[in-house]
Design a protein around this ligand. Structure first.
Ligand code: HEC
Ligand code: HEC
Ligand code: HEC
Ligand code: HEC
Ligand code: HEC
Ligand code: HEC
Ligand code: HEC
Ligand code: HEC
Ligand code: HEC
Length: 422
């Protein structure tokens, strides 16, 4: 979630401490017959757990062993004795059993406090509320359990760049299943249509993915920022504006003032989509074909009038800015100092951005106020630009007059010299 940088710093700190403490912890763990025998198995499914556990594993680093999850007797080298019924050996946990195995510790606040005092202990509770948890409770084993997202052996801190839930890896982890059409076959949306499997393809085209992957902006959202880490569900009616609003606060505040907020079930998503959010353009606003207002509003209704009013004022300021920019540029080319005016134009452009935010209350009045302020700036720049150009032409005329006068004097002198010679 949005807290990852804190988790990351925390993980880095803990990781640093553990790097030095790890050998001691490994020594403290009793030599395990499970580890030794499984490490020697030819079958990958039997050997991989031992190998992965011996590599980077947060549980091993904290001094836990195989039996903390599987039960059994770690001191036996004989298979039958190691797994005798009296040892509490559980075998390979599956389904609901996985949740029980992991949450034995992760839901135990007293135990977790000893290792990570600030860590949440509500993963299993949250999970139970998710679509994954609810389906699992009904016996559906195709959904995600703790190990689908974290693994069982070789579990890493969530801030570790190789963790499957590290911010840049989340989309791959979720879409292992969600982009697998076979696995997702038979699931429906509430309206009875098949559950889409295009979330990743769409997400990879979005402004959010671009900001994260190309722009290196790790604060841009990936799957779990909008769906939660453990409570994964489609954000319900009324909740979407809150999801988007955790980051786009001002937009959500303006939107809450609008008529739309009272009537849209899917708030922001009605206009921007959810997974394939594109870079917005002014063309989305207004009543021409590309505008999205015309999807619902018809010519002459209040929405349509508001759309036209806001769009045409935005266009007016855009034109005014580019007109002023041209004026300032030609004055600069003529050698005039226009630094102050260039700065003012940047402020006018800020008003344009502000108007696009203000627009989310879908009320032309406040939008107009902001744009008028921008137009005030361009008008002032224009008059200063004009004055500068007038100054240039005044100087040029002055120069031409004085050059003319000099020329006259030169000619007169030449004539005088010639007449003297004659
Ligand atoms: C002497 C070798 C040996 C020892 C010791 C041993 N195992 Fe195994 N284990 C195996 C083999 C071989 C299998 C494959 C199934 C079988 O033959 O019973 C297996 C299977 C498993 C499975 C998969 C069971 C399933 O239901 O699919 C788990 C989990 C497991 N062992 C955990 C442990 C744990 C935990 C310990 C220590 C308490 C341990 N093993 C000790 C050899 C061993
Ligand atoms: C943090 C808990 C945890 C620890 C520690 C752990 N396991 Fe497991 N293990 C699991 C879970 C959960 C599964 C089921 C994984 C799944 O369904 O993908 C599993 C599966 C297995 C399997 C079956 C693999 C398969 O694909 O059939 C074996 C074998 C196994 N573990 C052995 C071990 C051995 C040996 C150790 C110690 C070196 C160990 N485990 C440590 C939780 C753990
Ligand atoms: C659908 C995928 C998914 C499932 C299922 C899942 N997790 Fe997570 N888990 C995540 C993500 C994503 C994060 C957060 C990564 C971050 O903070 O950036 C996370 C974080 C965690 C953390 C770090 C503390 C925290 O809460 O942020 C723990 C511990 C954890 N999970 C344990 C569990 C346990 C136990 C289960 C099973 C009850 C489980 N997870 C099920 C995806 C999942
Ligand atoms: C025996 C207790 C125990 C069991 C069982 C257990 N864990 Fe843990 N787990 C811990 C402790 C302690 C930590 C270390 C927390 C820390 O220091 O950040 C941890 C850390 C983690 C982390 C990293 C959290 C972080 O801070 O980034 C994840 C993810 C995780 N466990 C997932 C699981 C999953 C999945 C299972 C079940 C397969 C499981 N755990 C079973 C005790 C346990
Ligand atoms: C192991 C496979 C698997 C993984 C991994 C997985 N999911 Fe799921 N997910 C499912 C299945 C199967 C469903 C059940 C669909 C249903 O009942 O509608 C589901 C349901 C959902 C739903 C509810 C869809 C709906 O409208 O019913 C959301 C949202 C969701 N998952 C998000 C995520 C996110 C986010 C992640 C990663 C953090 C993730 N899932 C990881 C298999 C998975
Ligand atoms: C910017 C926020 C956001 C991001 C990022 C995001 N989702 Fe969603 N997702 C939503 C919203 C909002 C809905 C519900 C839309 C609705 O009601 O139409 C949704 C719906 C879903 C559903 C239900 C089926 C569907 O497609 O409508 C699934 C499954 C899902 N998302 C999975 C994912 C996965 C997997 C990822 C990562 C690749 C992801 N989402 C990224 C916001 C997001
Ligand atoms: C975790 C934070 C976060 C969440 C949640 C989030 N966004 Fe974003 N969004 C960003 C970041 C970061 C950017 C890229 C930087 C920017 O342009 O502001 C961005 C960019 C955008 C843009 C493009 C802005 C531009 O000027 O090009 C739109 C539109 C957008 N998000 C809409 C949404 C909607 C709709 C939702 C909810 C479904 C949402 N966002 C959820 C953080 C978030
Ligand atoms: C009724 C349709 C509609 C709804 C609902 C809507 N928007 Fe927008 N949004 C637009 C239009 C149209 C633009 C483009 C405005 C422009 O460029 O003139 C836009 C632009 C944006 C931008 C980019 C602004 C910029 O500076 O270029 C962001 C970010 C954004 N919206 C976020 C949100 C969020 C968050 C929500 C929900 C709280 C939301 N929008 C709800 C229509 C909508
Ligand atoms: C998904 C459908 C939908 C879209 C898209 C949409 N609107 Fe609306 N809008 C409505 C509905 C329904 C109402 C309430 C009924 C009405 O007044 O027409 C409304 C009301 C309004 C109102 C208030 C009208 C009043 O009488 O108070 C304004 C202003 C408005 N919309 C502007 C816009 C603008 C501008 C856009 C494009 C950026 C837009 N709408 C896009 C459905 C939509």
């Amino acid at each position: 979630m949005a807290t990852w940088p804190r988790n990351f710093l925390f993980a880095a700190l803990v990781g640093g401490v553990l790097a030095s403490a790890a050998p001691a912890a490994a020594q403290a763990a009793p030599p395990s017959g499970c580890q030794t025998c499984h490490g020697d198995q030819a079958q990958p499914a039997l050997a991989a757990p031992a190998r992965d556990f011996a590599g980077t594993d947060v549980h091993r680093d904290r001094g836990f062993t195989c039996v903390d999850c599987h039960g059994g007797n770690p001191n036996e080298t004989d298979k039958a004795k190691a797994k005798a019924p009296a040892t509490g050996f559980k075998g390979k946990p599956a389904g609901q059993m996985v949740i029980a195995v992991c949450s034995r510790c992760h839901s135990d606040a007293a135990l977790m406090r000893k290792y990570a005092p600030k860590q949440r202990v509500d993963q299993a509770v949250e999970y139970a509320t998710s679509v994954h948890g609810q389906q699992l409770a009904k016996g559906d084993t195709k959904v995600a359990t703790c190990v689908s997202c974290h693994g069982a052996h070789g579990v890493r801190l969530v801030g570790d760049a190789q963790s499957p839930v590290y911010v840049l890896n989340v989309a791959t982890t979720c879409t292992k299943c969600h982009a697998d059409a076979d696995r997702m076959k038979g699931y429906m949306l509430p309206d009875g249509s098949p559950l889409p499997t295009d979330q990743r393809a769409k997400y990879e085209k979005s402004v959010h993915h671009a900001a994260m992957v190309k722009g290196n902006d790790l604060s841009a959202p990936t799957c779990n920022d909008c769906h939660g880490n453990h409570g994964a569900a489609p954000p319900g009616v009324g909740a979407i504006a809150n999801v988007c609003g955790t980051c786009h606060t001002v937009f959500a505040t303006k939107f809450a003032l609008s008529t739309h907020s009272q009537i849209f079930d899917r708030s922001c998503v009605e206009c921007h989509g959810n997974h394939d959010i594109a870079e917005p353009t002014d063309a989305m606003l207004g009543t021409d074909k590309a505008a999205l207002c015309t999807n619902c509003h018809t010519e002459g209704d209040n929405g349509s009038k508001a759309a036209t009013a806001m769009r045409s004022e935005i266009e007016k300021l855009k034109e005014a800015i580019s007109h002023s920019q041209a004026l300032v540029a030609s004055a600069e080319n003529a050698g005039m100092e226009m630094g102050e005016q260039s700065l003012a134009l940047r402020e006018a452009a800020n008003q344009l951005t502000l108007a696009r935010t203000e627009m989310h209350a879908f009320d032309p009045k406040p939008v107009s106020a902001v744009l008028q302020a921008g137009l005030g700036i361009t008008a002032k720049v224009d008059s200063e630009g004009q004055a500068a150009l007038a100054e240039v032409s005044y100087r040029r005329t002055g120069l031409a007059v004085s050059l003319g006068a000099i020329l006259l004097v030169v000619v007169a002198l030449a004539l005088k010299i010639r007449s003297l010679r004659a």
